[in-house]
Design a protein around this ligand. Structure first.
Ligand code: SAH
Length: 382
């Protein structure tokens, strides 16, 4: 396989493994995992990608000016210096091309770009999301104020140049924040969401809902998680931090029933719609804090056979681990994107009688210094 070279490696900072050899990268990631998980369990070899490029199905860029010219790019790490990016080795190539077109349209329509320091201006960010199986593409144009000059003409031009775009959403983010999206969305074209197919199931993805950025590897990861859960068709499963319900729905095909718990209301709405569309009757979702809801369940005497959790990078909490123990599952499947918080949380699980039995890393983020891992824990004396 020919290695792609990144021209921005010195300045962008996103790819910590920017220029190395892929096999060595996988070995380094495994070592990092093994070091963290050493007190708990053995780690299998990382599952890598056959073609570890252009895998990101979610591509974001910020607009700004470099030498007076409007550009799209990313901030140099830890600074507010914009690095213009034209094509990136990990981002979907169609998404990169759309971002270049939108940048050219901003120039030709003479639309003001947003200035992070003064808080003034219009065009702030662009987010492109693509369903890798369905080829549906969503473009989210984020403005820093409630104005979008030449909106209709802009959308017509963008669609003419990229007929592959299936939906265009206008998002307003007028807050001084590091979040890309604000609260307000207006659909300018299409359905306002895209769909993707994962493990044979169809999922609806809204502008702000979480969806794994590398769909091919996510499929591999979920299959490992299902294997580790050793489902026989009768189990009660809780999918904590369930997002739009992906893992829970994959598990529901092999379990008795599944409950997904998720804080983000829009994600729960998507999750319910996903279950309905896939005609799955044995999965339900609640919009709640996972810790509070499992505590409430245990107080009502409810139990689970398996708990799957896939928390944000900060990991879970001690209170969460106690809430899991209170519903008394035989097995816990922990999907983590941060070996350090995983190791901390495994320590809490151990104190509650749950022993890690094995872990495998799936390389969801080639060239980037992040590792995704799925770990199986078993209740002792069960
Ligand atoms: N399992 C999903 C999503 C994982 S991302 C998937 O693979 O697609 C983590 C999710 O946890 C996010 O959707 C976030 O909104 C949710 N979350 C964060 N804190 C939470 C909490 N305290 N309780 C429930 N969900 C939470």
């Amino acid at each position: 396989m020919e290695q792609e070279k990144c021209p921005y490696a010195q300045r962008c900072g996103a790819c910590q493994f920017g220029q190395g050899n892929y096999e060595e990268q996988l070995a380094a990631k495994k070592k990092w995992l093994s070091q963290n998980l050493k007190p708990f369990c053995k780690v299998q070899d990382m599952v890598g990608m056959y073609y570890p490029y252009h895998y990101r199905n979610k591509v974001h860029a910020v607009f700004g000016r470099v030498k007076e010219e409007v550009v799209a790019g990313t901030y140099e790490e830890g600074t507010h210096t914009l690095v213009p990016i034209q094509d990136c080795i990990i981002e979907d190539a169609q998404a990169s091309a759309i971002i270049q077109t939108v940048t050219a349209l901003i120039r030709s329509f003479k639309i003001w770009v947003y200035n992070e320091e003064s808080g003034r201006g219009v065009m702030r960010h662009i987010l492109v999301r693509k369903g890798m199986s369905t080829k549906q593409i969503m473009v989210v144009l984020v403005t820093g104020c409630a104005e979008f000059p030449h909106k209709n003409h802009f959308v017509t031009e963008l669609r003419r140049l990229h007929p592959e775009i299936t939906t265009i959403v206008w998002n307003i983010n007028d807050q001084q924040t590091t979040f890309v999206l604000g609260e307000r969305n207006q659909t300018l074209y299409g359905a306002g969401y895209i769909e993707d197919v994962l493990c044979g199931l169809r999922f609806r993805i809204s502008p702000s809902s979480f969806y794994q950025v590398n769909a091919a590897q996510a499929q591999t990861l979920y299959k490992k998680a299902v294997q580790m859960a050793a489902l026989t068709g009768t189990e009660t499963v809780i999918d904590a931090y369930c997002g739009i319900g992906t893992i829970g729905m994959v598990m529901a095909q092999k379990a008795g029933n599944v409950l997904g718990i998720e804080l983000n209301k829009q994600a729960v709405k998507d999750a319910k719609e996903n279950a309905r569309r896939n005609n799955m009757k044995n999965i339900h979702f609640v919009a709640a804090d996972a810790t509070e809801y499992m505590t409430y369940m245990s107080q009502k005497g409810q139990r689970a056979d398996v708990v799957v959790l896939d928390p944000p990078r900060g990991g879970s909490t001690k209170a969460f681990v106690h809430a899991v123990a209170a519903v008394s599952p035989k097995r816990v499947i922990y999907i983590s994107c941060n070996p350090e918080t995983l190791a901390r949380d495994l320590g809490w699980f151990q104190k509650k009688g749950y022993q890690a039995e094995g872990a495998v890393g799936v390389d969801m983020f080639p060239w980037v210094g992040h590792v995704e891992v799925v770990c199986c824990l078993q209740r002792k004396n069960s």
